[in-house]
Write a protein that binds this ligand. Structure first.
Ligand code: COA
Length: 355
């Protein structure tokens, strides 16, 4: 799908003028879309830096100073992505005027689905009692939620659906190699959900900037288990069903890409970085967030950071942080929120929401 641009949250290639609703060639009208409720969920089990010291050659001091992380949450045996997604969705629905049965569309962003087939959205639909509804999963690693939000936004704006439940969920512990000290300290499990409806809503979604660059595909990859290298005894013995990453390269990419897309997204909406009241960045590494913030000249009080207790939860990171911003009263009507993500692909995505 095209990258949506333009102040009214619609695609500027299609929509010439920023207005609340616009005639399309087919006579349909684009609607503005509100983000009307948020929910987040993390499993009960805590994996602390001290727990990791017992697994690999690392230290609490190293992890805190290099990542900002102190603990992360991990699923119980048998707990899967849809279990977390349903809990986050229930919390979002509690805060909305909608009941599960009213939801028309479920989009689940995840790279750790319950199973390769069927989509995790189907498990969520069944457990929540949603529908009749449409639904699907999307896989864009840590940028998954940004993409899911853009798709949900555009499908409601076009009138194709009356509302949507957009979920970011990942159980990274399922693909984390707890013998690899560089990666196993980074990841946690969690889910975040938002409800989208035609306005009025809590936050009017304005615009998204999305992208991928497959030249960096090997930087963050699960080598086996897909069609290129189906799972076998050999791939499991070689630990190729776990996520491999080149942290140093990703670090450099993340800082420069975050800066670039925040500047571009605000600029094309006639704003500057200074107009943003709250940044909600992907929680991958506190030093990445701080370096990007320094380059963008953003003060600490304008950034939501919860990495100390969550670790990197991939597609769940942004919606969980957004939910925390809502529940801790960090947002007031009129505030401009900018979410910004990056991750495997390589991929990236930023969104602007007027609260
Ligand atoms: N405990 C102790 N030492 C560790 C360690 C750990 N858990 N992990 C790596 N080290 C060591 C390295 O072996 C290296 O040792 P050396 O200097 O003797 O070779 C040293 O620490 C420094 O490693 P380096 O890779 O330069 O560290 P860093 O400052 O780049 O931090 C990451 C490493 C992974 C924390 C950081 O690069 C990062 O967060 N990158 C992005 C993460 C990512 O890709 N996330 C997924 C996509 S969003």
């Amino acid at each position: 799908m095209g990258v949506p641009t333009g102040r009214d949250g619609a695609n500027s290639k299609i929509i010439p003028a920023p207005s609340a609703s616009t005639d399309l060639a087919e006579g349909r009208r684009l609607r503005r879309v509100g983000l009307t409720a948020t929910g987040g969920y993390v499993p009960d089990r805590i994996l602390s830096n001290q727990d990791l010291e017992a697994l690999v050659d690392t230290s609490d001091e190293w992890i805190v100073s290099r990542t900002g992380m102190r603990e992360r949450r991990i699923v119980a045996p048998g707990e899967a992505a849809s279990d977390l997604a349903v809990k986050a969705a229930e919390r979002a629905l509690e805060d909305s005027q909608l009941e599960a049965k009213d939801i028309e569309l479920i989009i689940v962003a995840t790279v750790t689905p319950d199973a390769i087939c069927p989509p995790t959205a189907c498990f969520v639909q069944e457990k929540l009692g949603v529908g009749p509804a449409a639904g699907f999963d999307i896989s864009v690693a840590c940028s998954g939620f940004a993409n899911a939000l853009s798709i949900g936004h555009n499908l409601i704006a076009s009138g194709a659906f009356g509302n949507a439940l957009v979920i970011g969920v990942d159980v990274l512990s399922a693909i984390t190699d707890y013998q690899d000290r560089e990666s196993c300290i980074l990841f946690g499990d969690g889910a975040g959900a938002v409800v989208l409806e035609p306005e009025p809503g809590k936050g009017i979604i304005l615009d998204h900037l999305l992208g991928i660059d497959g030249s960096g595909a090997e930087m963050i990859i699960v080598p086996a288990g897909g069609s290129r290298k189906p799972a076998s005894h050999e791939t499991v013995e070689a630990r190729e069903h776990f996520l491999k990453l080149n942290g140093r390269q990703v670090f450099r990419f993340a800082v420069s890409k975050m800066r670039e897309i925040v500047v571009e997204l605000t600029k094309r909406n006639g704003m500057t970085v200074d107009d943003v009241d709250l940044f909600v960045p992907h929680q991958a590494n506190l030093r990445i967030i701080e370096s990007a913030a320094e380059k963008l000249n953003i003060s600490e009080d304008r950034i939501l950071v919860n990495i100390q207790k969550t670790g990197n939860t991939s597609a769940a990171s942004i919606p969980m942080a957004l939910d925390e911003a809502v529940r801790t009263n960090r947002l007031e009507p009129g505030n401009l929120v900018c979410t910004v993500a990056f991750g495997g692909g390589l991929s990236w995505g930023a969104s602007l929401v007027r609260w």
